[in-house]
Design a protein around this ligand. Structure first.
Ligand SMILES: *[C@@H]1O[C@H](CO)[C@@H](O)[C@H](O)[C@H]1NC(C)=O
Ligand SMILES: *[C@@H]1O[C@H](CO)[C@@H](O)[C@H](O)[C@H]1NC(C)=O
Ligand SMILES: *[C@@H]1O[C@H](CO)[C@@H](O)[C@H](O)[C@H]1NC(C)=O
Ligand SMILES: *[C@@H]1O[C@H](CO)[C@@H](O)[C@H](O)[C@H]1NC(C)=O
Ligand SMILES: *[C@@H]1O[C@H](CO)[C@@H](O)[C@H](O)[C@H]1NC(C)=O
Ligand SMILES: *[C@@H]1O[C@H](CO)[C@@H](O)[C@H](O)[C@H]1NC(C)=O
Length: 665
């Protein structure tokens, strides 16, 4: 159950595990001669104290909500990102002073400890980089022996995870360069009988996935979704201003009220890909984590039925959407799949490990390799007039750190610029998006950080001719920029794009009531979170007021929440019973649908700390005033690291809560 990947390489051990909250730091143990242990232990003890002290220090700092940002808008109607009868989301400044103290220049990783690659690849070939020979101490290039093997995904058995590949038996000899017809290859070089180099390359050979129906249309419109994990809309503006400026400069549209519907990646992408909540997916086609996803219907299946070629690809795929503590698919779900390549590449040549991710594979940055692949894919498909649906998700750049996306700003800008200048965006609808903001750490304990976590970015680019041709649909999309929107809407939009020439008067008029609307229809300004089925806990529409933490009802609600957590842990004798330590923040939420009458229901959003272990939790507790009852709404978020505290339990929801009794003695 406990997904843990252990690599033994070059004298150090890397253990990476549990990315669900990005909460278990990696452990990197250097092998050190034993005489050095004593000073090391002393240093270690010191570090431990500093560390522990800091944790205490941070968690005791009272979290001040930036009231200015939240409520300046009450006086004027400006000051809101969304301001409709159904939903008001306050305007927030990406550079607010309360946030800027968490913003710092990130460290750039050094791939392969600075040793450059011996081979590079382009669209069709691999070729030797002569200038690198010196780094590998190759004095006599004639003695360098390189060869490549192809590898393929291997279909897993019914009880196996989806992470196996098969290699070609033969290793084809490789000189200065070679044209490659294979999809994925592994290159190995020996010099004087020692293996000195290993690398993996991904290509996009044209497969026999002949499209039919779509070619009838005036011209094909491909759909490309490029995801970047855990980046709020405001963090995108803070960290990747060049990318934002480039996309808005070419007429892309940015949704200001895209509100997440679940905690982490899976419950926010399942709605995009299937139109279902996670629970609905379970009931319809995926009974347990041990089942593969083959029986489920995803967006790419719609596109496939219409003759499109399909592709799916993630980096950090060991913790991928369908693979982290899940079993993926038996039959490969899309025509092309980059995941298996990434999985093997990270396993074989992953390096510059940080928190949950390998930042590099060999001498290349992992996120750049994904972008390179997407570029090759678009080039090959467009060159051959093959319409496609592509869904890509990048986590290696942004999964664990608020500030790392900054490192990718220029690369992402250049990636989009190359797509545009290569003519690809004239035949492709592009969605650049995230699933949620950063979910833990110091910023999450501020009001704005909490709001940002619930408001990921979505930027949509349509070809100019398409915007012209479907003016009504495009004008609706522009109106929806300032409406409350969700992953379910994105699903309907992507479904609409699978019949790109059907955006008639009829299909762009909102008629029925549903939880998801295509963004080509005007979303009602009256829409509330209830209408959109966004649970109160995730809803950013509401206004909230900081209230007295010591009031009786707040203390009752906090104790109720602790009892609730203890209830969840019932039956797990290895976990300690938690008690309430401190209530660090309490806000009363007011939302439109419950405000009438005499406020029969009140929602309190609480931040509390429990003992033992000083876990910091955030939850929404609903108080039914008349009945005098409490209820926890939505999920409980853990705002600080649980680290090894929960190592005695494998259920990854309960890991958030469990403090192992074994640590008490
Ligand atoms: C790729 O590299 C090969 C070998 O160096 C070269 O012959 C070919 O022209 C290159 N192709 C492109 C598209 O750059
Ligand atoms: C690399 O070296 C080989 C032989 O040493 C030579 O044939 C080739 O042209 C060189 N390539 C470049 C790009 O310099
Ligand atoms: C490489 O291995 C072969 C066969 O084992 C041996 O004959 C040769 O001397 C070795 N070369 C070097 C440079 O060690
Ligand atoms: C086009 O839209 C109409 C009206 O909603 C619908 O009945 C029809 O099935 C759609 N056609 C395609 C190809 O999706
Ligand atoms: C909160 O309430 C307590 C007692 O009810 C009172 O002593 C305290 O001054 C209040 N604090 C604030 C900030 O209003
Ligand atoms: C757990 O702690 C609560 C106080 O928060 C207490 O009421 C309860 O009895 C304890 N339960 C167990 C099993 O010790």
């Amino acid at each position: 159950m406990f997904s843990s990947v252990v690599n033994h390489m070059k004298g150090y051990t890397k253990i990476k595990r549990n990315p669900s909250n990005g909460m278990e730091a990696d452990e990197t143990k250097l092998k050190v001669p034993s005489v050095l242990w004593i000073p090391l232990l002393i240093c270690g003890a010191l570090l431990f104290f500093v560390d522990v002290f800091q944790i205490k220090y941070y968690s005791l700092v009272p979290t001040k909500a930036p009231l200015k940002a939240a409520f300046s808008g009450r006086k004027s109607l400006a000051g809101f990102a969304i301001n409709t009868p159904g939903c008001r989301i306050p305007y927030m400044d990406p550079f607010d002073e309360h946030i800027m103290k968490f913003i710092e220049a990130p460290d750039a990783p050094e791939c392969n400890k600075g040793v450059p690659a011996l081979y590079k690849s382009n669209l069709t070939s691999v070729y030797l980089v002569n200038a690198s020979l010196a780094f590998y101490d190759v004095m006599d290039p004639g003695e360098l022996k390189c060869c490549y093997q192809a590898f393929w995904r291997k279909k897993p058995k019914a009880d196996e995870g989806d992470n196996k590949v098969t290699y070609s038996v033969e290793c084809y000899s490789l000189g200065d360069s070679a044209n490659i017809d294979e999809e994925f290859i592994k290159v190995q070089c020996t010099y004087e009988n020692n293996t000195i180099y290993k690398d993996m390359f991904a290509f996009v050979p044209l497969k026999n996935t002949t499209p039919v129906a779509v070619r009838i249309s005036p011209r094909p419109l491909s759909v490309l979704v490029v995801g970047l994990d855990a980046v709020s809309r405001l963090n995108l503006h803070r960290q990747m201003p060049e990318t934002v400026a480039y996309l808005t400069g070419i007429g892309a549209v940015e949704l200001l009220g895209y509100n997440k519907v679940g905690d982490n990646t899976f419950p926010n992408l399942v709605p995009v890909l299937t139109g279902m909540f996670e629970g609905e997916l379970r009931n319809s086609c995926w009974p347990t984590d041990k089942h593969h996803f083959d029986k489920c219907h995803f967006l790419w299946d719609d596109y496939k039925l219409k003759g499109y070629t399909t592709v799916y690809g993630e980096d950090s795929s060991w913790m991928g959407l369908f693979n982290y503590q899940r079993r993926g698919f038996q039959k490969q779900p899309t025509d092309y799949a980059y995941n298996f390549f990434n999985r093997i590449a990270e396993k074989e040549i992953g390096n510059a490990h940080s928190m949950n991710v390998d930042q590099c594979e060999g001498a290349r940055l992992v996120y750049k390799d994904l972008l390179e692949y997407i570029g090759r894919f678009a080039t090959t498909m467009d060159k051959n007039d093959v319409p496609y649906f592509g869904f890509f998700w990048g986590a290696s750049l942004s999964h664990d750190y608020l500030n790392k996306p900054k490192l990718g700003d220029e690369d992402y800008r250049d990636f989009f610029k190359n797509l545009k200048e290569g003519g690809h965006l004239e035949r492709t609808a592009l969605v650049f998006m995230s699933d949620h903001g950063i979910r833990w750490g110091d910023i999450r304990q501020t009001y704005q950080g909490r709001m940002e976590e619930r408001l990921p970015f979505v930027i949509i680019s349509l070809p100019a001719w398409y915007r012209e041709r479907y003016r009504r649909a495009y004008s609706n999309l522009q109106k929806n920029v300032r409406r409350l929107t969700t992953p379910f809407d994105l699903h309907e939009t992507l479904k609409d794009l699978s019949s790109p020439y059907n955006l008639t008067e009829e299909t762009t008029t909102t008629t029925t009531n549903s939880r998801g609307y295509s963004l080509f229809k005007e979303i009602s300004p009256k829409r509330t979170c209830d209408d959109a089925e966004i649970s109160s806990h995730w809803c950013t529409c509401q206004e909230s007021f900081e209230i007295n933490k010591t009031s009786t009802v707040v203390v009752q609600a906090a104790n109720f929440a602790v009892d609730y957590i203890n209830g969840e842990l019932e039956g797990y004798a290895q976990c300690a019973n938690l008690t309430l330590d401190v209530i660090s923040n309490a806000r009363l939420m007011t939302h439109e649908s419950h405000i009438e009458g005499d406020n029969k229901i009140k929602d309190y959003m609480l931040t509390i700390r429990t003992l033992p272990g000083e876990g910091i939790f955030e939850m929404t507790v609903r108080h039914s005033v008349v009945r005098g009852k409490f209820e926890v709404i939505g999920s409980i978020s853990r705002l600080n690291l649980y680290g090894k505290q929960s190592s005695c339990i494998s259920d990854f929801h309960l890991k958030l809560y469990c403090y192992c009794k074994s640590l008490l003695y």
